[in-house]
Design a protein around this ligand. Sequence first.
Ligand SMILES: [Zn+2]
Length: 360
Amino acid sequence: MNSPTPASGATPRRYCSQPIQRPREFDAGVSARRASAIITFGKQWVSGTDLTYYCFKPGDAVPAAWQGGAADVEAVRTAFQKWFGLGIGISFREVARPQDATVRIGFDPDDGSWSYVGRDVLGTRDPAERTMNFGWPLTTPYGRDTALHEIGHTLGLEHEHQNPFAGIVWEEDAVRRYFRGPPNNWSDAQIDHNIIDKIAANSVKGTSWDPDSVMEYEFEPGLVREPAPYFATGLKPRGGLSSFDQGWVRESYPAATESIPMLEVALSRKLALARGETRVFGFRPDRTRTYSIGTFGASDTVLVLFEVTPAGNVQIAGDDDGGEDRNALITMRLSAGRDYQVGVRLFDADLPDETSLMVW
Ligand SMILES: [Zn+2]
């Protein structure tokens, strides 16, 4: 097939290159349905999470190349605000020190743009390590979309052009030539991981393809063989957050209802969650002592305990029982009169109606 000539004078663009992560593994006894549900929802945060972030700046004890300039740091803040402004049950808060941040952002131009996906971010706790990097200026329209895109990864989204529902057939030699060359200079493993490989159907945000997603790359003419129209025209997302991006994040992280239901000691609460759903409960202990908070019923969940502070929710404990034959359990000393929140996301349950949560 002949390649159409790319738009004259078009400079090859640099693209997000995701780090290769090892997939979650399960014991042999875990059914395919359970494993699939855990893969689908296991990277998502629970509602109530206050994601703290820090942009490395001049003066920090990290390589100078990681330190961001004021304009790029401001673009990152704006992008977080755009996602948060959708009215979701997850918030973002810039903190003054990297050791207080869950998301730590570098600006190394030699390291491309990337971010860990969802709760994989928690795998990197060293305050001198990054969970996200920006490899080019964020002050252009493309840069502003890059900031939204990397935060999309942090929220749990994968690349949309790897969505198996897209039906994309690559002009593979042309794709490899394009991405092996400057300015991307990717290895074949990077090209496979970020473009050619399809994502498991259960890891994408829906059951169809969203070519306007902020998680979709722009492709020059000659790289996408099918769907056919994109061969000649190339693929160009509209830019910004698509309506599907917005719908996904609202559905994945529903905003807290006005009154959060309160947990009482020794009184179990029906979770009444469908697979993938998340919910937040409040708890204010009468006495200072060690409490246990756990789920009941054959279920795979992630359970997170927050202390409510004037600055926001601080995660103080968490437990993920996905794929294990036990229930999520948090045991922790809590103080009388303080406010806590318990967030839970159900991945899978034999009988979702018969799972519950209790503090004792
Ligand atoms: Zn990406």
